[in-house]
Write a protein of this length. Structure first.
Length: 411
């Protein structure tokens, strides 16, 4: 059996030094029994918390956080193991309050072979990790659009005065608690994870986050979103466009699978729409000139239109959305990028750092807007507004109001 190198990094409160172990010891090989060690690069990082010796170990493969799937998408088991062979955890990380042994290692089992790192020292610390008065929250940015082929995006942030974390670890888990995607950032108070496109193998998905503190009481806080059903069916008809008025002529239909994303009409249906039918509970925004400019026309509808006079023979792109929000804001003027929706109720929203000064378009429900107005503010916590809106708006890159919103006021 060949010897291969495994690297151990120690990460101490913002410093990433230095110490590396190379070569697999004879005692370690003896402990492996019949396991095959392959030349895949493992590394284990230690993130310290507080001054009482508590820490979290994170596992890496080829420089990336380990997951339950290899580079080809094949499933694999991951686990932490004590010297006596006991499995301590099946997570990517291992917290010091779960360790009762002097040495641990990280292993991957893909049913063909088992690969393990070298044992690393794991000094036993205080048994309990004290929870901080602050916390962390996490959810998917667009939980209504978790379907096969879509990249899930989750967002985590500190709450209740938690402040800046020494690290935030974030992951997406499937119905079997297998890690699909993950990421880690240091000295931040918020983080975003955009995962790989969901496959047919995933029936439910949830997002979890863990934040650790490096000063004060040794603490770690964590939270998970609800588990969401992944939509993998064909979907029901949401919208049908028609070539002529009164729903005549050629038609082009879209399903409920096509919601919340801009849809460029095919060349043979570009600029010919004169009427449409739409499923109850949805709204559609029709847009002319897919390459947006100052002369672009757009309008949002929530019910069948037997003749779209304003956009007759002008529609090049559409956006279908559930009509359960008062308004949805988009990072880009083509309705892509970050998305934030607000409910039909009077409220003031100070945008987080994730959303502030990013919006270039918004759709407003013509059904739910009755009795409401939306004002956009230039600064958080300030009653200084630059516009009052009741209809869908697109701010092009040259617009004075593009990327200017820091506050949303529904009144």
């Amino acid at each position: 059996m060949k010897k291969f190198s495994f690297i151990l990094f120690y990460i101490l409160v913002g410093i990433i030094p230095q110490k590396a172990l190379s070569g697999t010891s004879a005692s370690a090989l003896d402990n492996l029994g019949s396991l095959e060690i392959v030349s895949e690069s493992f590394s284990i990082t230690r993130q310290s918390m507080g001054t009482s010796g508590q820490y979290v170990l994170f596992s890496y493969v080829d420089g990336e956080l380990a997951t339950n799937f290899d580079k080809q998408g094949n499933p694999q088991d991951i686990y932490w193991q004590a010297e006596n062979g006991v499995k301590l955890s099946s997570k990517v990380y291992l917290t010091s309050n779960t360790i009762e042994t002097n040495k641990v290692r990280f292993c991957i089992d893909n049913n063909l072979k088992v690969q393990c790192s070298e044992y690393v020292s794991s000094p036993v610390s205080t048994r309990q990790i004290i929870e901080n008065t602050g916390g962390i929250e996490i959810d998917f940015v667009d939980s209504d659009n978790l379907m096969v082929g879509v990249q899930p995006e989750s967002y985590s942030q500190s709450i209740d005065g938690a402040g800046v974390f020494s690290f935030i670890y974030q992951e997406h888990l499937d119905q079997n608690e297998r890690v699909l995607d993950n990421t880690i950032s240091y000295f931040v108070d918020e983080q975003t994870l955009i995962g790989k496109a969901v496959t047919n193998e995933t029936s439910t998905i949830k997002a979890c986050a863990m934040g650790g503190f490096s000063i004060g009481n040794p603490t770690v806080v964590s939270d998970c979103s609800p588990s969401y059903q992944v939509d993998d069916g064909v979907g029901e008809t949401a919208l049908c466009l028609y070539e002529h008025a009164h729903y005549n002529g050629r038609s082009l239909c879209y399903s409920t699978k096509d919601i919340n994303k801009p849809l460029k009409l095919p060349a043979d249906f570009n600029d010919i729409t004169s009427s449409f039918t739409i499923r109850n509970g949805y709204r559609v925004t029709l847009v002319s000139d897919y390459e947006f400019g100052r002369k672009t026309k757009y309008r949002t509808y929530y019910k069948d239109e037997k003749f779209v006079k304003y956009l007759n023979d002008k529609t090049s792109m559409i956006l279908i959305e559930p009509d359960d929000s008062l308004a949805c804001f988009y990072e880009n003027d083509d309705f892509t990028g970050k998305r934030l929706c607000v409910a039909p109720k009077k409220a003031v929203y100070d945008l987080s750092d994730h959303y502030i000064y990013t919006f270039s378009a918004m759709t407003i429900s013509p059904r739910l807007t009755r009795g409401y107005k939306i004002k956009l503010g230039k600064k958080r916590g300030k009653h200084h507004y630059y516009g009052c809106y009741r209809w869908t708006r697109i701010w092009h890159s040259s617009s004075h109001y593009n990327d200017k919103a820091a506050r949303i006021w529904v009144k």
